[in-house]
Design a protein around this ligand. Sequence first.
Ligand code: NAD
Ligand code: LMR
Length: 329
Amino acid sequence: MSKTPITVAVTGAAGQIGYSLLFRIASGALFGPDQPVNLRLIEIEPAMGALGGVVMELDDCAFPLLNSITPTCDLDEGFKGANWSILVGSVPRKAGMERKDLLNINGKIFTGQGKAIEKNAAADARVLVVGNPCNTNCLIAMNNAKGIPADRWFAMTRLDENRAKSQLAAKSGAHHSSVTNLAIWGNHSATQYPDFYNAKIGGVPATEVISDHEWLQGDFISTVQQRGAAIIKARGSSSAASAANAACDTVRSLTSPTPAGDWTSVAVCSDGSYGIEKGLMFSFPIRTDGNKWEIVQGVPVNEFSQAKIKATEDELREERAAVTELGLI
Ligand code: NAD
Ligand code: LMR
């Protein structure tokens, strides 16, 4: 191993997503085939036994890139030296719940984790929040770690982007890899707006390739918004492998240059772009050179899109008010 290992902390490491995610990280799927990794695996005390089993399985893979594994239920130890922290650990919703119903249960987890990241993580710490409701959980963690710049905090909407691409591909008969410029605006929730107006299929506007605009404005949006609930109904538990895959996609997309002309979706701290209130964790179209990211400016927003974006912004304001009321930020 010639390169210095990257240290990745993962919370909820013994959970469903963790069971998919850790093996991808250890195999090189996030940082490439020549980048060694240290895994710092964080769980709550009652899950430490199960985490021990996951560690045995990681050992048994003999991954060439896996430099060390540290299983722990101590946050200071868990986030020590972390270059990337992927915050998954939290309770998933059950059928009939909205993700924001989890704020009361999960929100408080992210105060302590934010503080521990600020105290222990590496100087270049970056954080991706997956645990729901991920935008507002990320807001909580970020506000409890004010020493870490706001541009290092991300909440995951890549699963929604991937879902939207797959729906457009299925409708048009194209392969999903030909769908580009698909922005998810706003919250990872039932108000998110998958922006088909700016999406392209094979380089052609999706609205030209797909003539059924009623479907685009109706069933397409609601299918993407409700996909998580549909999976919970079908599987009896929430998406896990596709969520882990999206977490890998997110980190990879933030650490490698965005293909020319394209963009990707992730929730970041709003700087006021597109009139979105500053400080909200809002999903935008993002580009990066692999090091520094920016919100893509000048993406056309028509009246239909504007109304959808406003609705999801309003929901994020309400979530922020709720966690302010709970004293979490
Ligand atoms: P899970 O119940 O299988 O696993 C969660 C794990 O987190 C458990 O092992 C639990 O012990 C652990 N945990 C709980 N509290 C913790 C804490 N304070 N510190 C560390 N670990 C803790 O759930 P899952 O299916 O892995 O889902 C995890 C979260 O991810 C849920 O909130 C789910 O809704 C969310 N999720 C988000 C997306 C997304 O697109 N953003 C997609 C899928 C799932
Ligand atoms: C998803 O989108 O699949 C996850 O956020 C889980 C959920 O609660 O929908």
